[in-house]
Write a protein that binds this ligand. Structure first.
Ligand code: GDP
Ligand code: MG
Length: 182
């Protein structure tokens, strides 16, 4: 019975990064295939879910977004509790949002306190690669890749929530790395 080998796995993913980098937009594009240029700092729900099949496993990704509290760095304990993967997002047209990755990375490790911080699955997303066809970027691919390499070989994707570029690929990698760490 092939169904007997199927297991449903719930993976909690939290998305961190400076306000305005596109965290909510990436989630909306991935889960609802929608994008809006209108800026909404808050959303109603704590998390959204998406089901996907990985090998013989049915995975439910539970993706937690902030409601704008990242501006004050006061995300509650419930936000971090039990996270299986942490996506760190920056805007590759805004230097400060890349510089903030260190803080978000540290803050996650402090708050979520994973049993093995060295192997905990992170992913980095450099978003808004669509703007000006990439001509207004201020963070080079090499700089981002170097940061990822020196923080435990974190997978790195350049994405556009607007153009739906690399969004599915990034979240699939999130699911796979979280699953591999189960
Ligand atoms: P958050 O604060 O990190 O959740 O960022 P939002 O998802 O609210 O996005 C902030 C602003 O950037 C909004 O106006 C979005 O429409 C815009 N935005 C988000 N992602 C992209 C993208 O990939 N490309 C472009 N051009 N704009 C984006
Ligand atoms: Mg948001």
């Amino acid at each position: 019975n092939p169904m007997a080998t199927r297991r449903r796995t719930l993976l909690k993913v939290i998305v961190l990064g400076d306000s305005g980098v596109g965290k909510t937009s990436l989630m909306n594009q991935y889960v609802h295939n929608k994008f809006s240029l209108q800026y909404k700092a808050t959303i109603g729900a704590d998390f959204v879910t998406k089901e996907l099949q990985i090998g013989d496993k049915l995975v439910t990704l539970q993706i937690w977004d902030t409601a704008g509290q990242e501006r004050f760095q006061s995300l509650g304990a419930a936000f971090y509790r039990g996270a299986d993967c942490c996506a760190l997002v920056y805007d590759l047209n805004v230097a400060k949002s890349f510089d903030s990755l260190d803080n978000w990375h540290e803050e996650f490790l402090k708050q979520a306190n994973p049993s093995d911080p060295k192997t905990f699955p992170f992913i980095v997303l450099g978003n808004k690669v669509d703007i000006d066809g990439g001509r207004s970027r201020v963070v080079s691919e090499k700089k981002a890749a170097d940061w990822c390499a020196s923080n435990g070989n974190i997978p790195y994707f350049e994405t556009s929530a607007k153009e739906d570029y690399n969004v599915d690929e990034a979240f699939l990698t999130i699911a796979k790395t979280a699953l591999a760490n189960e």
